[in-house]
Design a protein around this ligand. Structure first.
Ligand code: TMP
Length: 207
């Protein structure tokens, strides 16, 4: 099977990853690459519907188990409908969040069992794993400030919750330095972009 490249963008609230993923999409398309940009939760009709349920501030009664399974359900649909076929035909898939988000937001954030989440994750993703993950790291208070006032159900959580998310990400990066690249975001947009570009070009050159 011809294989594309799967690159995920991760980070806590207000880290600027969505801006950078859009910039790099444009850059790679200019170079003539076949690029697919998607986001999680979402990316296809069913997963976008699940996203609405997950982020709706009115859904205060949602329990942690339900929350994990809904993120995984959205992911399972996206992997089967779009990510696997795109990789099979050699595309560069850029995904704004993936399984690492569930490990840190639900696992580290809620203190749920990480092994259980990883097992459900392996099932939901059909074991599709990113070739490289760019982690945009920002100091928690600053990230929440940048995220603004209009907060969704997850963003509304406490400062301590978001601090656990950030340290969860840094822990994952420490455990898997082969896959993760940690990008500091306390710099100008252009400087960050140059670093993102260098990492992606290196990854493309290794194919
Ligand atoms: P976004 O703001 O990056 O679009 O992501 C939506 C929110 O969902 C964000 O607050 C992070 C959260 N999230 C999780 O809690 N678990 C997950 O698995 C994913 C993909 C996102």
């Amino acid at each position: 099977m011809k294989k594309g490249l799967f690159i995920t963008f991760e980070g806590s609230e207000g880290s600027g990853k969505s801006t950078q993923i859009a910039l790099i999409e444009t850059e790679l398309k200019k170079k003539g690459l076949d690029v697919l940009l998607i986001r999680e939760p979402g990316g296809v009709k069913i997963s976008e519907l699940i996203r609405k349920v997950l982020l709706d501030v009115k859904n205060t009664e949602m329990n942690n188990e339900c929350e994990v399974l809904l993120y995984m359900a959205a992911r399972a649909q996206l992997v089967g409908e779009v990510i696997r076929p795109a990789l099979a035909c050699g595309k560069v898939v850029l995904c704004d969040r993936f399984l690492d988000s569930t490990i840190v937001y639900q696992g580290y954030g809620h203190g749920m069992d990480l092994k259980t989440i990883q097992d459900i994750g392996a099932f939901s993703t059909q074991k599709v794993r990113p070739d490289m993950t760019l982690l945009f790291d920002i100091e928690t208070e600053e990230g929440l400030r940048r995220a603004g006032q209009n907060k969704d159900r997850i963003e509304q959580r406490s400062l301590d919750y978001h601090k656990r998310v950030r340290s969860g990400y840094l822990q994952l990066a420490k455990e898997d330095p082969g896959r993760f690249r940690v990008i500091r975001v306390d710099r100008g947009k252009e400087e960050i972009f140059q670093e993102v570009k260098a990492h992606i070009e290196h990854c493309l050159s290794q194919q």
